[in-house]
Write a protein that binds this ligand. Structure first.
Ligand SMILES: [Mn+2]
Length: 338
């Protein structure tokens, strides 16, 4: 795509061209945002697109807050606090965000026009232009193509956040969304200047207190449904005790999913009055179905939800949703209780 799409002709290329034209000719302000609690794809896509538009003389506002483990990607003044209002004639570009209510830091209804670029199956196509490509491993892949269509000269500063999005959404090329095309995107981005070994190393860095938190989280691991389900949690009490660094916990669920025999890995993080649930699955069990029952969403093998109530309430809810999905897929009997 990067090479051949200079003169786009297929539907994808036409959509990219329409977005590029709109960005090139938009007379007002531009805001780029992504989902709340941005991950590497959300933040990487937003930073790369912002840098590309800055190279074209524009100054998009990006109201996102980088998690600690991704803050090394961000240069001074690239991110802004949440916006309580949008200026008149504002174009909103929403990246990697399936529903408008999940967009971070933006009063959505005040946008004059919305461009919605995403790869989630559950995307509701809420934009004036919606470019949803569920075959892409990361929204960052679409951003790579958009930057090429925008004809911004490629630099390492554009390529690194794009590859970050691909790396984090594929678990460093380990998840089933990793296609030959994904690896071609990565190869091209490395050719464009990303220091691959340095980036993958840097992405694994965590504050020392993360490892203290990890040791406590691992002490909560439990196995349910005869080992089909691995679950762990981080309570609000422990988060208070450990401080904010314990919150870089996105990958706890990625660790416990490797328990042999496990089809479903669940990580619960308790907050004030709510609990965040992260689910990873394999062998046809749908994390998305489990999380949709709890008001969340995501992909087949990786999904999440945020539910009201404390840890034990969330634990009950997710066990029941998981039980239904395991029964539906033939891995458990309706009488299995966990
Ligand atoms: Mn993504």
């Amino acid at each position: 795509m990067i090479e051949r799409e200079k003169t786009p002709s297929d539907d994808y290329g036409i959509a990219l061209r329409a977005i590029a034209d709109k960005l090139d000719h938009w007379p007002g302000d531009i805001v780029i945002s992504s989902h709340i609690d941005p991950d590497g794809d959300a933040l990487g896509s937003a930073l790369a697109l912002r840098r590309a538009l800055v190279a074209k003389g524009k100054l998009p506002v990006v109201p996102l807050e980088a998690p600690d483990y991704l803050s090394f990607l961000v240069k001074p003044n690239e991110l802004s606090p949440p916006l309580s209002h949008l200026p008149n004639r504002c174009l909103l570009i929403s990246l990697d965000t399936a529903e408008e209510k999940r967009i971070s830091g933006v009063p959505f209804t005040e946008a004059e026009s919305v461009i919605n670029i995403d790869h989630h199956l559950s995307n509701t196509a809420y934009g004036d232009i919606s470019l949803i490509r569920i075959d892409k491993a990361a929204t960052a892949e679409i951003i790579v193509d958009l930057i090429s269509v925008l004809e911004v000269p490629w630099t390492e500063e554009l390529a690194t956040p794009c590859l970050t999005g691909i790396l984090t959404d594929t678990g460093n090329f380990r998840y089933s969304n990793t296609t030959p095309e994904t690896l071609r995107y990565a190869a091209t981005l490395i050719e464009l200047g990303v220091d691959f070994a340095r980036l993958t190393d840097r992405l694994q860095w965590r504050h020392p207190s993360y490892f203290t938190a990890l040791s406590k989280v691992l002490s909560t691991v439990e196995f349910l449904f005869d080992g089909l389900v691995t679950m762990a949690h981080l309570s609000q009490d422990l988060r208070n005790e450990l401080g904010e660094m314990a919150d870089d916990s996105e990958d706890y669920v990625g660790l416990i999913r490797y328990a042999e025999g496990s089809k479903v890995a669940i990580f619960l993080k308790e907050g004030e009055g709510h609990t965040k649930i992260s689910v990873r699955t394999r062998d046809g069990v749908s994390a998305q179905t489990i999380c949709q029952q709890l008001g969340g969403g995501g992909h087949l093998a990786a999904a999440g939800a945020k539910v009201d109530g404390d840890l034990s309430h969330a634990r009950q809810g997710v066990i029941e949703a998981t039980r239904l999905e395991l029964v539906h897929r033939g891995y458990a009997k309706p009488t299995d209780l966990g």
